[in-house]
Design a binder for this molecule. Structure first.
Ligand SMILES: [Zn+2]
Length: 749
C-alpha cells in the first residue's frame, strides 16, 4: 500500500500489450508478459554491440543543439516562472547508499517537524502540503534509483540500487503508522478549513489514506488492522513465490505433438521419442495449445497448467480472501472489492461488476459467432458433426482460423518501419496535435552511449515543458520490456516556481543488423506510440501537487490515453505520413496487408474479451462473496463464474491457484477492459473531428483536459470535459464490431 502522502508511484508504466506477440491469441496479461520476456533473448547481444557506434553516428534526423542550447532552454524556463533541471545520476554504489541514507534522514526530520507542531498552529502549508513535499523528495530518489537499477551498465551499481530500493521500501512501510504525524494533520482537518479545488482534494485524500490504513479507529481495532495487514502481506508473498516456483513437466511422444513446430520440438526433446513440455512455462504452453492437432494433447497440458500450485496456494487463498474481507469490514466497507475500488475511477464494486456484465452481454453475439467458426473448423478437422469447442480447443482453432482465413504475415511490414523514420514520423504527429516542439539537446551525462535527450516546448509561446530521454535498444542487464519511467515529476515548488518534469522511455527495439537499419514490427510501432503517450502525460502536467501530477491518476484510467493513441498506427493516413520501404521510400504500406491485419485482429476479439471478463468477474466475485464461513467455496465459485462467462472449466481444476493477479491486482482485473472502453470512447473525439488523428483542436483538448490536470480533479470530470458529453460504451462495442450485429439482431426479433 502506498504510504500516506508519500508518492510511491514511480511513474513506471508498462505497455499493456494490446498487440504483443500472443496478445490476440488471448493470453491473460501476466502470461503475455512472460511470453514477451521469453522472446527478448540475449541472442541479439552481439548485434547490439556491433550497432552501438553506428547508432551514435546516425543520431536523429536533426542536428543536436550545442550544450549551451540546453542552458538557454533552462534559462528560458525562468521567464515562465518554471524550473528545468536534469537529475544528478548516481554512478557508484557509495553514491547510491548515500542518497538513500540522506533521503531517509531528511524525510524523518521533516516528518518530525510536522509531528512537533503545536496543534493551534497547524496550517495547510505545514501539514498537508508539507507531506506532499516530503513525498515528492522521496519520489525523486526512488524514481531515479529505480531507473538506474533498470538501465545501469554496471552490475555492481544495479545490485546496489536494488538493495537501496529495498531499504527505502522497508522504511516507508512504517510511515503509514506514524501516529504523531497523523495527529498534526488531523488537528488541521478538524478545523474544517474552507479549501477549494486541488487543495481540497489533497486534504480529502490525505485523510482518506489515513482512514484506509485504520488510523481513524480506536486503538485496539487499529492494532488489529495493522496485525491483519502484516499477516496478509506474508500470505501474499508466499502465494506469489509459489506461483513463481510452480513446475510441472508433461511428457509427450512425437506423434502426440503433431502440428507443433519442429524448431520447438528440437528444444524440448528429452529422450528417444520423449518430449517434455513444461506446463508452467507460458511459451511452451502456448506453443502446444496453439499448434497441437490432437485434442487429447491439448487437454492433458491444460489440465496440468490449471492445477499448478494448487496444493499450496488454495489453502493460502482460503485464508487470504477471508482476511481481506475482515480488514475491509473493520474499516467500514462492505467488501474488499469496495475497499480496493474506492480509490479508483470506478469507485465501487457494483459499478465494476455492472460494467463487465454489460460488456459480457454486448459481446454475446460476437462471441457466439466466433465459437461457431471454431466449431466449424473442428467439425471439418475431426469429421464429427457434433464436435464442441472445449476450453482446451479455442487457442488451436483461433490459430487455425487466422492461418487459413486471413493468411497474415505481419513480419513483411517491418521494411516499412525503419526506426528513425518511425520516430521522426511519430514526433511530427505528436508535435502537431499537441502544439509542441521537440528539440534534440546534448545530455551532459549519459548512462549509455546512444542515449538521446529532447527538450519539449510549447510551439506558440516557447514555454519549456520538460525533457525526455530515449534509451531504445537492448543490452545486457537492461530492463527487458518497454516502459516510460518518470524521473522528475511536475510540482509547484515552495518558492512559487513550477518544477517541469523529466522522464525517459526505456525500450527494446530490434537493433540494426549489418547493412540495414533497425526495422520495427507493426506492434513495436504501436508500442512506441503508446509509451510516448505516457511521456506526454508526464511532461504536459500542470498539477500543483506531486500526488496528482503527470501519470499519477487512478490505476483504472492511467492506460486509457495511451491505449487510445494505439489507434493511430492502424490508420492508413497516419502510417503513410511516415512509413515507407527503407530500400525504396516511394513504396507505402499496401492497403491490403493492413486490412488483413485488422480483420485478423477483429476475428477473435469476442473470445479475447469474454475471457478477460471472466477473469474480471471471477476476481470481483471472490472479493465480494468469500468470507470466513464459506472460504472452502473459493475454487468452486471461481470455476463457476469463469465457466458462465467463458468456456466451461473442467472438473478438478483450480485455475485461480496460479492466477498471480489475485495478489497484485486484486479486485482490479476489470480495469483492463475498463480502460480499453474509455480509450475507444476518447478516440472518437479525434475520429469525428475534421483533421482525424491529425486534428490539433482535439489534441489541444487532450492536453488541457486530460494531461494537464492529471489527478488534480476527478478523472471522470476530465474525461467528460474532453469528450464534451457523457461517457459511452458504444464506441468500444463498435470497435469490436458488435454494435452493428446487435442492431441487426434486434430488427430480426
Ligand atoms: Zn502503458
Amino acid at each position: 500500500m502506498r504510504p500516506i502522502g508519500l508518492r510511491r508511484n514511480r511513474g513506471q508504466l508498462l505497455t499493456l500489450p494490446g498487440d504483443f506477440p500472443g496478445a490476440r491469441s488471448g493470453l491473460g496479461w501476466p502470461a503475455r508478459f512472460g511470453y514477451v520476456l521469453k522472446l527478448m533473448s540475449w541472442k541479439l547481444l552481439p548485434y547490439v554491440l556491433l550497432a552501438l557506434p553506428a547508432l551514435c553516428v546516425n543520431g536523429v534526423g536533426q542536428s543536436a543543439m550545442p550544450g549551451d542550447r540546453l542552458r538557454q532552454y533552462e534559462e528560458r524556463a525562468v521567464r515562465f516562472n518554471a524550473v528545468i533541471r536534469l537529475p544528478h545520476f548516481e554512478t557508484t554504489s557509495n553514491e547510491v547508499l548515500e542518497t538513500v541514507s540522506s533521503t531517509i534522514a531528511e524525510a524523518n526530520s521533516a516528518l518530525d517537524r510536522i509531528a512537533a507542531l503545536d496543534p493551534r498552529r497547524v496550517t495547510f502549508q505545514n501539514t498537508v502540503r508539507a507531506l506532499d513535499d516530503i513525498g515528492y523528495q522521496i519520489g525523486l530518489a526512488d524514481s531515479r534509483l529505480y531507473l538506474i537499477k533498470e538501465t545501469s551498465t554496471s552490475g555492481t551499481v544495479r545490485d546496489a540500487t536494488t538493495e537501496a530500493l529495498k531499504r527505502l521500501e522497508e522504511w516507508s512501510v512504517g510511515l503509514d503508522y506514524r501516529e504523531d504525524v497523523y495527529r498534526a494533520v488531523k488537528a488541521y482537518a478538524d478545523q474544517k478549513p474552507h479549501l477549494e479545488g486541488e487543495d481540497a482534494k489533497l486534504l480529502l485524500e490525505t485523510m482518506r489514506d489515513y482512514r484506509r490504513a485504520g488510523l481513524g479507529l480506536p486503538r485496539a481495532q487499529r492494532d488489529g488492522v495493522e496485525r491483519m495487514r502484516k499477516e496478509l502481506t506474508g500470505l501474499c508473498t508466499d502465494f506469489e513465490s509459489n506461483v513463481t516456483k510452480a513446475e510441472q513437466a508433461v511428457k509427450f511422444t512425437k506423434a502426440e505433438l503433431e502440428g507443433v513446430p519442429d524448431t520447438f520440438l528440437a528444444q524440448i526433446k528429452t529422450g528417444p521419442n520423449e518430449y517434455t513440455v513444461m506446463a508452467n512455462i507460458t511459451w511452451h504452453y502456448m506453443m502446444v495449445e496453439e499448434n497441437a492437432k490432437r485434442e487429447e494433447t491439448r487437454k492433458r497440458l491444460l489440465l496440468a497448467r490449471d492445477n499448478l500450485a494448487r496444493a499450496k496456494n488454495i489453502p493460502l487463498l482460503e485464508k487470504i480472501l477471508p482476511l481481506r474481507d475482515d480488514i475491509a469490514k473493520v474499516l467500514g466497507y462492505k467488501s474488499w472489492a469496495d475497499y480496493q475500488t474506492e480509490i479508483k475511477m470506478v469507485k465501487n464494486a457494483a459499478t465494476a461488476i455492472d460494467f463487465l456484465e454489460k460488456l459480457k452481454t454486448g459481446l454475446q453475439p460476437k462471441f457466439d459467432a466466433e465459437i461457431a467458426e471454431f466449431r466449424k473448423l473442428k467439425v471439418q478437422e475431426t469429421g464429427e458433426a457434433n464436435a464442441q469447442i472445449n476450453i482446451w480447443d479455442w487457442r488451436y482453432f483461433s490459430n487455425q482460423l487466422k492461418k487459413e482465413k486471413y493468411d497474415v504475415d505481419a513480419e513483411q511490414l517491418r521494411v516499412y518501419f525503419p526506426y528513425q523514420r518511425v520516430l521522426d514520423g511519430m514526433f511530427s504527429i505528436y508535435q502537431r496535435i499537441f502544439g509542441l516542439k521537440f528539440e534534440r539537446v546534448e545530455p551532459p551525462y549519459t548512462w549509455v552511449k546512444d542515449l538521446q535527450l529532447y527538450a519539449v516546448s510549447d510551439v506558440k509561446t516557447g514555454e519549456p515543458m520538460g525533457l525526455f530521454y530515449l534509451d531504445m535498444f537492448p543490452r545486457e542487464g537492461k530492463y527487458n520490456h518497454f516502459a516510460q519511467f518518470g524521473i522528475i515529476e511536475g510540482k509547484l515548488l515552495e518558492n512559487g516556481k513550477y518544477q517541469r518534469p523529466v522522464c525517459s522511455l526505456v525500450c527494446n527495439f530490434p537493433t540494426p543488423a549489418p547493412g540495414q537499419p533497425s526495422l520495427l514490427s507493426h506492434s513495436d510501432v504501436e508500442t512506441l506510440f503508446h509509451e510516448f503517450g505516457h511521456a506526454m502525460h508526464t511532461i504536459l502536467t500542470r498539477a500543483k501537487y506531486s500526488r496528482f501530477s503527470g501519470t499519477s491518476v487512478p490505476g483504472d484510467f492511467v492506460e486509457a490515453p495511451s491505449q487510445m493513441l494505439e489507434n493511430w498506427v492502424w490508420d492508413k493516413r497516419v502510417l503513410d505520413s511516415f512509413a515507407a520501404d527503407y530500400r525504396d521510400p516511394s513504396k507505402k504500406i499496401p492497403e491490403e496487408i493492413l486490412g488483413k491485419l485488422k480483420a485478423a485482429r477483429l476475428a477473435t476479439e469476442g473470445t479475447f474479451y469474454r475471457r478477460q471478463i471472466s477473469f474480471g468477474l471471477m476476481d470481483l466475485r471472490l472479493h465480494t462473496a468469500i468470507h470466513d464461513r464459506n472460504a472452502k467455496q473459493t475454487v468452486p465459485l471461481s470455476n463457476e463464474v469463469m465457466s458462465r462467462v467463458f468456456l466451461p472449466r473442467p472438473e478438478g481444476t483450480a485455475f485461480v491457484a496460479y492466477f498471480g493477479h489475485i495478489i497484485g491486482y486484486d479486485a482490479g482485473y476489470y480495469g483492463y477492459a475498463w480502460a480499453d472502453a474509455i480509450a475507444a470512447d476518447m478516440a472518437t473525439v479525434f475520429e469525428r473531428s475534421s483533421g482525424g488523428y491529425f486534428d490539433p483542436t482535439a489534441g489541444r483538448r487532450l492536453r488541457t483536459e486530460i494531461y494537464e490536470p492529471g489527478d488534480s480533479r476527478d478523472v471522470n470530470v476530465s474525461i467528460e470535459k474532453f469528450l464534451g458529453r457523457q461517457r459511452s460504451l458504444e464506441p468500444f462495442l463498435e470497435k469490436l464490431g458488435i454494435a452493428k450485429q446487435q442492431k441487426v439482431a434486434g430488427k430480426e426479433n
